[in-house]
Design a protein around this ligand. Structure first.
Ligand SMILES: NC(=O)c1ccc[n+]([C@@H]2O[C@H](COP(=O)([O-])OP(=O)(O)OC[C@H]3O[C@@H](n4cnc5c(N)ncnc54)[C@H](OP(=O)(O)O)[C@@H]3O)[C@@H](O)[C@H]2O)c1
Length: 265
């Protein structure tokens, strides 16, 4: 029997790569995105259905989840939509910080809530979330993005106990730097007093050659969806594995010194 995955933020990057991989593997894919009318690639695939979803739109989350469930059974919900609000907190507006949490955190929470009753009645189902190594370690110049990703960590870990009770799994994918266009969708807020630190941070995230591809992260999502395990976190990408390993080995205080040394700050 064909399985089905529901994906948020499938118009680009990790979401699109995951939609393509699952379709290739013979799954039905419900690829949701803010503007399905602009999609030029996934709409050409037989087993992919496009549905509209802005994860900040509470009514649309409910409508799209209901519509998706009329298409057939759903086995996996992949909460992936997100963007990065980066830069200096004192210059970030209230609208900007609320918007970051609305998308990266409440979007995931609300989409999950919309599917829990269905998975509970069915006695099975897997939620997978795109977290980040920035949810396991705080990096300079990204306090709001990191807060949104740290929030997902505590939320998923706590939620795992109640969901496991009714046969549902929850898993988080933790990539390091991934070669996507996230920079184009992200918001960078600068302030003259922090120019030097911002410059060092931008240089750190700009390096390209050893970055993981979205296709490689999609393989990790596929593994999480099919490994039959109840693992909570999948740290992925050599950069994330090395840095997180270092943080665990050094402890969080010494690790902050290592980050400072790494960035010459
Ligand atoms: N790239 C990295 O280095 C990296 C590392 C760790 C974690 N991540 C996480 O991976 C996830 C995917 O990012 P990506 O790197 O693949 O970036 P991306 O190429 O920019 O893709 C982001 C996707 O999220 C969608 N999106 C943004 N806001 C949305 C909203 N309100 N409602 C619905 N969809 C929305 C975008 O849709 P539109 O086309 O409509 O804008 C796009 O499809 C994010 O959660 C990000 O935080 C990325």
């Amino acid at each position: 029997m064909k399985k089905t995955i529901f994906i948020t933020g499938a118009s680009a990057g990790i979401g699109k790569a995951t939609a393509k991989l699952f379709a290739e593997k013979g799954w039905n894919v419900i690829a949701t995105m803010r503007k399905p009318e602009n999609e030029k690639e996934l709409n050409l695939l037989d087993n992919v259905t496009l549905l509209p979803l802005d994860v900040t739109n509470v009514d649309q989350i409910k409508e799209t989840a209901q519509k998706a469930l009329t298409l057939g059974d759903i086995d996996v919900v992949f909460n992936n939509a997100g963007y990065a609000l980066l830069g200096v907190l004192e210059a970030i507006t209230d609208d900007q910080l609320v918007a970051q949490m609305e998308t990266n955190f409440f979007g995931v929470v609300r989409v999950t809530q919309a599917f829990i009753p269905y998975f509970r009645k069915r006695g099975s189902g897997i939620f997978i979330t795109t977290g980040s190594s920035a949810g396991l370690m705080g990096f300079p110049m990204s306090s709001m993005y990191d807060a949104s990703k740290f929030a997902l960590e505590g939320w998923s870990e706590s939620l795992s106990y109640e969901l496991n009770e009714v046969g549902i799994s929850i898993k988080t994918i933790e990539p390091g730097l991934v070669a996507t266009d996230i920079g184009d969708r992200s918001v960078f807020v600068s302030h003259p007093a922090y120019e030097s630190l911002m410059g060092k941070f931008m240089a750190l995230i700009a390096h390209g050659e050893d970055v993981t591809t979205a296709a490689e992260i999609a393989e990790v999502v596929y593994g999480a969806a099919t490994d039959g395990k109840n693992t909570l976190r999948y740290v992925c990408g050599e950069d994330a594995k090395a840095l997180y390993g270092q943080r665990l080995a050094e402890g969080d205080e010494a690790f902050r010194d290592s980050i400072k040394k790494m960035m010459s700050i």
